[in-house]
Every structure is written in structure tokens, then in C-alpha cells.
Design a protein around this ligand. Sequence first.
Ligand code: GLA
Length: 383
Amino acid sequence: MHDPETLRSQHRARFHADPVLFVAPGRVNLIGEHTDYAEGFVMPVAINFATLAAISPRSDGKIVLYAENYGEEKTFSADATPVASKHWSDYPMGVVSILKGEGHTVPGFSLSLWGDVPLGSGLSSSAALEIATLLAVTSLIGVEYPGPVLARLGQRVENEFVGANCGIMDQFISANGKENHALLLDCRDLSYRLAPIPANVALVIANTMVKHSIVGGDYKTRRAESEAACAIINSHRGSVPFLRDATLEDLEKWGHEMTPKSYLRAKHVISENMRTVAASEALLRGDIKKLGQLMAEAHRSYSEDFEGSCMEADTMVELAQDLPGLIGARLTGGGFGGCTINLVEQSQAEAFAKELASRYAARTGIEPEIHICHASDGAHRIG
Ligand code: GLA
């Protein structure tokens, strides 16, 4: 990770003020895909790729944002109502907008941002940016929100300002993750359990280099298709406001009234919820083999039933299968590109990463980026 002191001294040089610094991580999801907005279960891990935010107050009524990654500065009036413009500044200004909506007066500030969560790779760079900015701006206005509340505010930035109809998973893990642990989240009531990741298990994240986005497009369509299936089940037996409440028996009973696509999307979501709970139980009792099997089944379901994968991600998962040390592999995140998560025996992780990279390059002609990550703490102040 970037040395926070570098960001601090750059902020001082640019804005002539002493900043306070915050960090918020990206995430990788071990299992539980497209279940969060169905009020189901997810099991993500915060990773050691993050956004850093340095903030200091200003007295001229301006909000000045500087993104080191883009080498770009943007200035806004703190009094004006923020408007989205399909630009990186939508995330920090979305935070300002949501906080204003909560009744806070947001004064002028300077904010320097830097991040190393690979963009468009399904590792939640935007959630990291939202949560880091939320911590920075709330500290400036003297408010301290608990992690789950920060997560909801971050999700609202996406839903209400940016226009991405995502669930709560990414913001929740960025705000509440814990070093060396995965987090099983019940997206209905936001209760959660932490499950330790054994020290001999490595998280190998393999970027297919196919860009992923949740704004519009396929993410939206899949969500709508699964929700249409839910509405049909609900119309028959009631008490099924979300697919979380549906069973595979419901699906068999009323599936013939659904479009074939809706049926398959719901099949994925309902079975994924069951797999995710089983996976957390397996991890809690240290049954890593079982976790790996559930991940494999989750990938099959994500790819074939939800049709949320792509040729490159399927290839990345397939090429990992017979590599020494593999415990389980699947496409992680919103889908249609991005990264696979491979749980690998620690002692084999480097050789695994190297071999997977060369196999993938030989098969697809694309040089992947492969990272051996570890489970990290959620967002916090760093100085
Ligand atoms: C994206 C969204 C999440 C979740 C996943 C799919 O990451 O931001 O809310 O829906 O896709 O599991």
C-alpha cells in the first residue's frame, strides 16, 4: 500500500494544511453473489488494497478534491447542491449530498485521495472510496457513525447519487472487515459473524482484465429477472418480499409461470443463499475442503444459471482446477468480468499464481494480474 506519509506530505504541499488520514479497503467476496439485494447472505473479506483519504478544513466555503491517481483537482461550492456528472468526483460529492440530506451542514474542505484497488475489477474500488470519504467528512463535522450505518450511507451514495442499484455488501465489508477473518453478513438485519481464515490458506485474486461495471447493463437486468421470479412466488404464497424468503420447492411449484431466464436467476439466488450459510459453517469449523466444494458449485451456478460470468472468468476458474494447492475457485463480485478468487494452500500460493498467470496468458492472449492478498481490517483513521 501507498505510504500514508506520502499522501500527508502531498496534501500539505498542495493545500498548506495538516490533514487527518483515513483508510478504507476494497473487498473480495468468498461466496454469496447477487444475494445481498435479495436480503440474503454474503461472505466477503476486506483486502489489503484500499483508498486513502486525507482531509483538512477550509475557510473559503469551497470543497476541493484532489485524486492523486488521476492527477486531477476539482472544486465545488460547499453551499451548492451536488449533481452527479459521471466522473470520479461523483463518489465524494455523493457522500456530501447524502450527508446534507441527513441534515448535516457540510463546510468547505480539502480532500486528497489515493487508492490501489484496481478499478473496474470487481474488488469494490468505489465502496472503498465512499467509505474513506464518509469517514473523512464525518470526522470533519464531528459525527461518529457505527460501521453498519456508514455502510448504509455508502450504499445510498451508489443508489441515490451515482445511479448504481447495488446491495449493501461492498460498503459493509469495507466499513466492518476484520484482519484474518471473513464476514458472514445477513443482509436483512445487518447482523454478522466473523469466521477466521486459517493461516495456511492464501487468497489468490486473479484479474481477468475484463472490465466490470455495475452501473446499468447486465447487473440491472439480472436483478430485475430474479426479482420478477420473486414476485410470482409472492403472488401465490405471500410473505416472500425477497428471494431470501423463497425455497427451491417454491421455484419448482411456480417456476412454469416464470420466463426461463427468471427461473434460472432465482435458482441461483436461492441456492446461493443456502451455499453461503453452509460455507460460513464450514469455515467456522475449519472444514476448508467443504468451503472449496461450495465455491466450485457457486461458480457453476453463477456462470450457468445466473449467466453472470464471461468466457475469460470461466477460463480462469477452469485453468486453476488441477493446480497444486487449490481449495476452491470462483468468479467474485458483480460479474461479467473482473476477478476470480482462489483459496490456495499458503505454501503453494506463489507457484499457483505464477502457473495460473502463464496458463491464462497462453490460452487467452491476455496478461492477467494476480495478487496474493490477506484479509484486512475495515475502514479506520490512520493518523
Ligand atoms: C456488486 C454490488 C454488490 C453485490 C455484488 C454481487 O459488487 O455492488 O452489492 O450485489 O455485485 O454479489
